[in-house]
Write a protein that binds this ligand. Structure first.
Ligand code: PFF
Length: 453
């Protein structure tokens, strides 16, 4: 009962623990951290949201991350096979298989909306460069909303993702995540240093760091939960497939903690950049409030307020704009590769396809969804975002906890963690985590969810 039913000895994996941490953090750190987190903070009363978000990250997202990575590493296979193999009693197999198929479908939907937004961001990175070369019409087209632009840029973003994933686990995912993540951190720190020295920034820092407790209600808590699960890439198999590439000798709860801390730290830093940037913009006469007096909506923030701010910065504006949108493009790409890897690993291992064929096929399918969404953007885009991030990720994450908690059995969990942490049985972690993911995590997620619906 201690080994997974089938083993694939030649299966590829990450070459080092650092490589894994950077790749998993690359998946976790994305538009969720640099865009959605700061805007949710701004919309939900500043620091009040930050406090609840941090609490939920530690109390719910971290234990769920360990569960998802553990299932993947134990099974040594793609998420569909992993979940299918998990139950000892085969009565449960159709249920876990269905959950896995839903997860794969949901991650394809996430990949499709992520490609559209990632494409816009690439457009905003290219546009100042084109302007420097005096291609002003093209630069303007890239920044203006239209179905054709949305589709073209999404194709570009998907091709970039495809190119990395085609390289495989070590030479594609690990190599590119290890190069891009440090670059992302350097760019982020440089931009924070620049923005906090601008007039108005301190006002923003105050908004970000001083909590308004009266803003905490069930809808804020549910938003924070959705944000925590989205930000840690939970509930859709991305962490499960990365877990399956993690070496058996790595201490899983520790590396999961490192990934969790990196993700949270980078979200926190992104808040230190974006919220003060908003108030610097206000100082320059750019409106940051909507008619109802709320801080402006998130798309307007990234695609109107910030470009206006960069435009008002004089000669600094162009390099700062390029650095900012490069930062966003990198964050988006290291996340999208983990999305593509989920269906690709399933097709390689279950349908016997080679990597290039599998990834091309998935990308074509995703681009079909993208074409549909860009052609009737208004109802579809929002619906897909809500379905995947507000419903699928927390609910599937809840199921993964239940499966790891109830179907995997205490012994199998212990054996698997022990491989990289021989003394785990004596630890505080082991005293808490097994019953925590069986009972506490699923119950808390369900309560938060039901309170709001
Ligand atoms: N965690 C990513 C972000 O914060 O932008 C988004 C994401 C990646 C969600 C991978 C889901 C996923 F499977």
């Amino acid at each position: 009962d201690t080994e997974p039913p089938t083993k694939t000895p030649s299966r590829a994996g990450f070459s080092s623990r650092l490589g894994f941490v950077l790749a998993a953090a690359g998946s976790a750190v994305g538009l969720g951290n640099i865009w959605s987190y700061p805007t949710q903070v701004a919309e939900n009363g500043g620091a009040a949201f930050v406090v609840i978000y941090f609490l939920l990250t530690i109390l719910l997202a971290y234990p769920a991350l360990v569960a998802e990575l553990l299932i993947g590493r134990y099974a040594q296979s793609n998420p569909v096979s992993a979940l299918e193999k998990l139950p000892e009693n085969i009565v449960w197999q159709p249920v876990t298989r269905l959950t896995a198929l839903i997860a794969v479908l949901m991650i394809c939907l996430i990949f499709s909306f992520y490609s559209i937004v990632g494409g816009w961001i690439m457009g905003f990175t290219l546009s100042p460069l084109l302007e420097l070369l005096s291609f002003n019409t093209a630069a303007h087209w890239l920044e203006t909303f239209s179905p054709a632009r949305n589709l073209l840029l999404a194709v570009l973003f998907t091709i970039a993702t495809l190119a990395v994933v085609n390289g495989g686990v070590k030479d594609g995912i690990e190599r590119w995540s290890s190069r891009l993540m440090p670059l992302l951190i350097v760019l982020l720190l440089a931009l924070i240093a620049f923005v906090t020295t601008q007039p108005g920034a301190m006002e923003g820092l105050k908004h970000y760091l001083v909590p308004d407790i009266s803003r905490i209600d069930t809808s804020l808590v549910l938003s924070a939960l959705g944000q925590a699960f989205f930000s840690m890439s939970l509930g859709v198999g991305a962490m499960m497939v990365y877990g399956s590439y993690l070496s058996k000798t790595s201490n899983l709860p520790t590396v999961a903690f490192q990934v969790c801390m990196l993700d949270t730290a980078i979200a926190f830093l992104a808040g230190l950049l974006i919220i003060p940037a908003l108030f610097v913009a206000l100082n320059l006469g750019i409106n940051i409030y909507s008619e109802s007096g709320q801080l402006i909506h998130s798309d307007t923030l990234v695609f109107e307020v910030l470009p206006a701010l960069f435009g008002a910065l004089g000669s600094f504006g162009v390099p700062v704009a390029i650095a900012f949108f490069c930062l966003m493009s990198i964050a988006a790409l290291t996340s999208s590769i983990s999305m593509l890897e989920v269906p690709v690993s399933c097709l390689i291992e279950r349908a016997g396809m080679n990597r290039t064929k599998a990834s091309t096929l998935v990308c074509l399918g995703v681009l079909l969804i993208v074409a549909l969404v860009t052609s009737s953007f208004d109802p579809l885009f929002g619906a897909i975002v809500t379905l995947t991030t507000q419903y699928a990720q927390p609910l599937n994450g809840l199921l993964f906890c239940l499966y790891a908690g109830w179907l995997m059995g205490r012994n199998r969990k212990l054996q698997e963690i022990r491989k990289g942490w021989p003394e785990v049985e004596q630890s505080l972690f082991w005293r808490i985590w097994p019953w925590y993911i069986r009972i506490v995590c699923p119950t808390l997620i369900a309560i938060i969810f039901l309170a709001e619906h």
